[in-house]
Design a protein around this ligand. Structure first.
Ligand code: HPA
Length: 272
């Protein structure tokens, strides 16, 4: 569990660099990083410089927190996230959510790339997450609770805010963007699933599978942040098509859909 003093230290450092007060946070998934470069009056803060953030040497890439303006709002964007499969603890994966909360955000938009399990969906579709299934056997609230940060026994009945989802569906409608809805299964990775595992997930009621988002969503709820999740379905999950699955396909599809995804996210921020 995170320590209040560590979060305060990270926030104090950030506040030496900017006095902007973000009200919305966004975690940018695969291919969406460039969104952070569209923010105006932006301050870019490398994760490596922020106290208690995981160092990029541990996960092989340098990323940054970007605080800036878009759609008349001040937001904080995570350009790059920490993944469980990289060997990060779930405290490390979710620490930035605690920091964004203390910076003042009330709403969080979590994005990701994932595989489609529901055969009504196709690569390139966007999906609004309605709920999740945690298949990792781990979660970021295990261990002693810090009551300053949230309750011991957390209710997850509205993890992905029904109220905000309604707004997002209206926005997608207005923009003529087809937005699927479904349940996201969290798989630890880094290997993709087996065909048998995908059949199991489909039976369980999952519509999509990916390697992120759920720990951040749990900590967002624990922190009292209203949250939504949007997935880019980059491929059909393993075994659905008679073809191998590769990272190239994930990157290619994310790139193809990027503009639509960015337009949707920009409008969501403006209307939230
Ligand atoms: N499985 C898990 N994670 C993913 C996938 C997938 O098929 N595609 C993109 N991220």
């Amino acid at each position: 569990m995170h320590k209040t003093a560590d979060i305060k230290e990270a926030v104090s450092y950030i506040q030496t660099l900017t006095n902007k007060k973000p009200t919305i946070g966004i975690i940018l998934g695969s291919g969406l990083g460039p969104f952070a470069d569209t923010l105006q009056n932006a301050v870019h803060i490398p994760y490596d410089n922020i106290p208690h953030f995981t160092k990029s040497a541990a996960v092989g890439h340098a990323n940054e927190l970007v605080i800036g303006d878009v759609g008349g709002k001040t937001i904080v964007a995570m350009k790059g996230r920490f993944h469980y499969y990289e060997g990060c603890t779930l405290d490390q994966v979710t620490f930035p959510v605690r920091v964004m909360k203390m910076l003042g955000i009330e709403k969080l938009i979590i994005t990701n790339a994932c595989g489609a399990i529901n055969t009504d969906f196709a690569p390139g579709d966007l999906m609004l997450i309605t709920d999740h299934i945690n298949l990792t056997g781990n979660n970021p609230l295990l261990g002693p609770n810090n009551a300053d940060l949230g309750v011991r026994f957390l209710d997850l009945s509205d993890t992905y805010s029904k109220k905000l989802r309604k707004t997002v569906l209206d926005i997608a409608d207005d923009l003529n963007i087809t937005l699927r809805q479904g349940v996201y299964a969290w798989w630890s990775g880094p290997m993709y699933e087996t065909p048998a595992e995908i059949r199991m997930m489909r039976t369980m009621g999952a519509d999509a599978v990916g390697m992120s988002t759920v720990p951040e969503a749990i900590i967002a709820r624990h922190s009292g942040i209203e949250t939504i999740g949007i997935s880019c379905l980059t491929n059909m999950a393993c075994g659905i098509l008679d073809q191998p699955l590769g990272h190239e396909e994930v990157i290619e599809t994310a790139e193809r859909v990027k503009t639509t995804f960015l337009n949707l996210v920009t409008e969501i921020i403006a209307r939230f």
